[in-house]
Write a protein that binds this ligand. Structure first.
Ligand SMILES: *Cc1c(COP(=O)(O)O)cnc(C)c1O
Length: 396
């Protein structure tokens, strides 16, 4: 998954363009830019690659989610449904616009379970935020149907699955809004950065203003621009955008490498009857960023994870125990450990997350995920496959 494995002359050339004219900011300074508008170029490339009308790049994936929520008009008192398995950024973004994150069970797709989503809807629900964790996607068709019935926004977090598709569409482009992270460990990286995509002119128009203090971006005198509504600063710098341009151009090649390595490992593990694989929804194509397997039960999964590590198979994760990716360790959210006071509304809204998520625990307890790297040689992948089989066979 990490795009930094493929850094080369292409990234350097783009960054050099920016250093040559010295304009590190995306707006203004037109006479001295030498025609370089890297953030703008990255937006054009992103919209083009993702087959959407609009793209907005920002300073992180978390910022992309925040700007997406704000652009959809979500705020105080609104509830946003999100999965129990994700990165903490999901609830951080929801909290940052004043809305209430509502945790919801996952199923064997390792993403939102549509039935559980249906049951979590209240009169306050405004959006559903599926997170396409570890290279594969949520059942978007079912979630779209729920959104249409209840008039809700479908916001896809595709930060870990860029390059995958659903129903022939790039992940992130199926919902009303889709978000990507370009942080240092993601498939496309620019150090720190993120992007959102949409086909809605209204959301796109709000997004470019919101991520830049509310600037309307009319004319070429920043100081004279007006501010139709409140915003913040989530801008991406030109240096980061430059790296992103080179990285995004490599995406198709990156996915092809991931698929090749993934397939070798998957074919190998398919020979072990006790190993099954995460369900990919019909019409979905993974980005192959991770290989996700189920062991028969929690006990065996724990043992398999340990055995893999001992056998020299690095970068395998047992998310069930993870501090950052699974709700069980989010005591700062569940116990409301906030530096400043939370609103009364949030304090009571968050209470409902203090419940059990049995389907999530069942599936996460059995899951081991292995990162697919880009730099492996074929010999290394084959050796890895043998080591994985050896380790897992020892514990099943
Ligand atoms: C990485 C990630 C984010 C946040 O991205 P940052 O750029 O690190 O802020 C959000 N959601 C998921 C699923 C992620 O993996």
């Amino acid at each position: 998954m990490p795009g930094f494995e493929l850094f080369g002359a292409e990234e350097k050339k783009e960054v050099q363009d920016v250093l040559d004219n010295g304009v590190l900011m995306r707006y203004g300074f037109d006479p001295i830019r030498n025609g370089h508008y890297k953030a703008l170029e990255l937006e054009k490339d992103l919209a083009n690659r993702m087959q959407t009308k609009y793209a907005q790049v920002v300073s992180s994936g978390t910022a992309a989610l925040t700007v997406a929520l704000a652009s959809a008009g979500i705020g105080s008192g609104d509830e946003v449904i999100m999965p129990t398995f994700t990165f903490v950024a999901s609830f951080e973004a929801i909290l940052s616009v004043g809305a209430t994150p509502v945790l919801c069970d996952i199923d064997d797709t390792l993403t939102l379970a549509p039935k559980a989503v249906q049951a979590a809807i209240t009169s306050k629900t405004k959006a559903i935020m599926p997170v396409h964790m570890c290279g594969s996607m949520a059942d978007l068709k079912a979630l779209r149907a729920i959104c249409d019935t209840h008039n809700l926004i479908l916001l896809e977090d595709a930060c870990q699955a860029i390059g995958g598709t659903y129903d022939g569409k790039p992940l992130g482009s199926y919902g009303d809004l889709g978000c990507f992270s370009f942080d240092y460990v993601k498939t496309v990286t620019c150090g720190e950065g993120g992007g959102l995509i949409t086909n809605s002119e209204e959301f796109a128009d709000r997004a470019h203003k919101y991520q830049d203090h509310g600037h309307d971006h009319v004319g070429n005198d920043r100081g004279a621009e007006t501010h139709p509504f409140l915003g913040y600063n989530y801008r991406l710098s030109e240096l980061n955008a430059a790296v992103g341009i080179a990285q995004l151009r490599k995406l198709d090649n990156t996915i092809a490498i991931q698929e090749k390595n993934y397939t070798i490992l998957r074919d190998a593990l398919s020979t072990i009857p006790e190993v099954t694989f995460r369900r990919v929804p019909e019409t979905g194509v993974e980005s192959y960023a991770f290989l996700n397997i189920f062991l028969p039960n929690e006990n065996v999964a724990r043992k398999a994870h340990k055995a893999l590590g001992k056998n020299g198979v690095d970068a395998c994760f047992y998310w069930f125990d993870n501090n950052w990716h699974y709700y069980k360790k989010w005591e700062h959210l569940l116990e409301q450990k906030s530096l400043g006071k939370l609103s009364k509304e949030l304090q009571s809204g968050l209470q409902k997350n203090n419940t059990s998520f049995e389907s999530s625990d069942l599936w996460m307890g059995r899951t081991v995920s292995c990162l697919i790297k880009l730099g492996w040689t074929e010999a290394e992948v084959n050796e890895r496959a043998s080591k994985m089989i050896e380790a897992i066979k020892r514990v099943v």
